[in-house]
Design a protein around this ligand. Structure first.
Ligand code: ADP
Ligand code: MG
Length: 475
């Protein structure tokens, strides 16, 4: 996980643990909950780090439901939680670790004195998520995919509340929305020291609202949100279906807007496609400017990787950087994940980043050893349907036979190829692939993919054909 998210991780962790304190039996809690970290997080999955395999096995078997529920409470989009042994958990500089035992004492102590959570910032008493100063406009790499979003963000920093209001940035996960939103917050603060800025996520806004309703302090929350100069709300799609919270935001929006206060929002879709938001709120979101962030092309990915490496004072040979940028997906987090691993391996084992080493890491040696420098940048393909069409056309069979249950040999290889590409190039899960292929189960898909890997080691022709298909699909 990127360090820049570590604060967020810690805040989430604290909240989750506080929830678990009340849902897990005391004796169990004290036995099984030691240190916890967040090792990775995507929009629907969190990977927790624990101290040992014993803890991992116990947490994932005995307390899976409790942990998932507690997590969902704070991050509603989470669909699954996982546990891994985190070797860095005892590292004292690790800021994304919480010690459950200490927290237990804190939460259960009779003192009700509210301690301020470190890293939170008070804006007239509003606990806002601190803006991470690693997210700046000057370290945001500009490419064709994000140029407009960058320009709008820059304009907002220069003249908040005047031209682009609200600014709505949308795009897929991992493409830099949070980076830009926080950079706006940082940029405005740097220029206009007296402006009060709140950056929050829709999740967080929701939790704040619910908490204030419970505590009968809605008026106070309203007052405070209405007294700020810049309101930045990330990932507004998470307000889906939360009518009351949307209503609250709608009112806040109107007041801020009328006072020429800047509002910045992000979402995974443009406002008009956020069908689970109230039409009038969506409509407000459309009042200003809407810009999208697309998937970065090869050059942009390469530049981002180099910038991130430079920031960590880590040297990646040009060829290796190109290899990584060429072979990773469009999600920038993936790119950072690889970089983090390379840095860790270098620091722990002195393993220098080489193409062979990275290729092994990708576990895709079978299809990436045809690498001969950057080729064309990959175009985004629509999805599995396009892949199924291409594979069946290539092998001259019907899509129905491709995904069907028939075990004739002429269908088997194309089927395995399609599954293999979905898994390795489009990162589909085995379960999802299984669903596409007549509801096959996880292990049957896994078996097919492994089987094909075996065949590919010997069958040069098939290897070649797969590369032709990959070229056609741009994957
Ligand atoms: P999103 O909020 O859209 O899911 P993030 O803003 O969290 O994505 O981006 C994921 C990571 O990728 C962050 O660490 C961010 O700094 C990095 N990133 C994305 N795009 C760029 C870019 N153009 N330049 C530099 N870093 C980027
Ligand atoms: Mg984000």
């Amino acid at each position: 996980m990127q360090q820049t998210d570590s604060l967020e991780a810690k805040i989430i962790l604290k909240e989750i643990v506080s929830e678990l304190v009340s849902t897990v039996r005391k004796q169990d809690f004290l036995t099984y909950f030691k240190k916890l970290s967040v090792v990775d997080r995507t929009s629907d999955r969190i990977v927790f780090g624990v101290v040992s395999s014993f803890m991992r096995d116990n947490l994932s078997h005995k307390f899976y439901d409790e942990i998932k529920q507690a997590t969902k409470k704070f991050v509603p989009s989470i669909e699954s939680v996982d546990f891994v042994v985190d070797t860095a958990i005892d590292n004292t500089t690790n800021t994304q670790v919480v010690d459950c035992q200490t927290l237990y004492k804190e939460f259960t102590s009779k003192r009700t004195k509210k301690t301020e959570i470190p890293g939170h910032e008070q804006v007239d008493g509003i606990v806002s998520r601190v803006i991470n100063d690693k997210y700046r406009l000057d370290n945001f790499i500009i490419g064709p995919s994000n140029q407009l979003a960058y320009a709008a963000a820059d304009a907002v920093c220069r003249k908040p509340g005047s031209s682009y209001n609200p600014l709505f940035i949308y795009g897929d996960v991992g493409l830099g929305k949070t980076h830009l939103l926080q950079a706006i917050g940082n940029g405005i603060r740097a220029r206009f020291r007296d402006k009060r800025v709140i950056y929050t996520t829709a999740d967080r806004f929701l939790t704040d609202y619910i908490t204030s309703v419970k505590a009968r302090k809605v008026d106070q929350m309203r007052e405070k949100y209405r007294s700020i100069d810049v309101l930045i709300i990330d990932d507004v799609q998470f307000l889906a279906g939360k009518k009351q919270t949307q209503e609250e935001l709608y009112n806040i929006f109107n007041i801020l807007y009328e006072g020429n206060k800047q509002i910045v929002l992000s979402g995974d879709r443009p406002p008009k496609e956020l069908s689970e938001l109230e039409p009038r709120l969506r409509n407000r979101f459309e009042w200003g400017i809407i810009v999208d962030i697309g998937a970065p092309d090869f050059e942009t990915r390469l530049a981002i990787l180099q910038e991130k490496a430079r920031a960590r004072e880590f040297i990646i040979p040009q060829q290796v950087a190109e290899f990584i940028a060429y072979n990773t997906g469009e999600n920038v987090r993936e790119l950072e994940g690889i970089l983090n691993q390379l840095v860790a391996e270098y620091e722990l084992h002195n393993t220098p980043p080489t193409i062979e080493h990275v290729a092994k890491k990708f576990k895709k040696l079978a299809i990436t050893d045809d690498f001969s420098g950057p080729k064309k940048s990959r175009t985004k393909i629509a999805g599995y349907q396009e892949l199924l069409d291409a594979v069946s056309a290539h092998f001259g069979i019907e899509v129905g036979s491709l995904v069907g249950e028939d075990r004739r040999k002429e269908n088997m290889i194309p089927r395995q190829v399609a599954m293999y590409l979905l898994k390795n190039r489009l990162n589909y899960t085995y379960d999802r692939i299984g669903n596409i292929f007549s509801g096959r189960n996880h292990s049957s898909v896994l078996y097919s993919c492994k089987k094909l890997e075996q065949i590919l080691k010997k069958d040069q022709n098939l290897f070649y054909e797969i590369n032709v298909l990959r070229d056609k699909l741009g994957i």
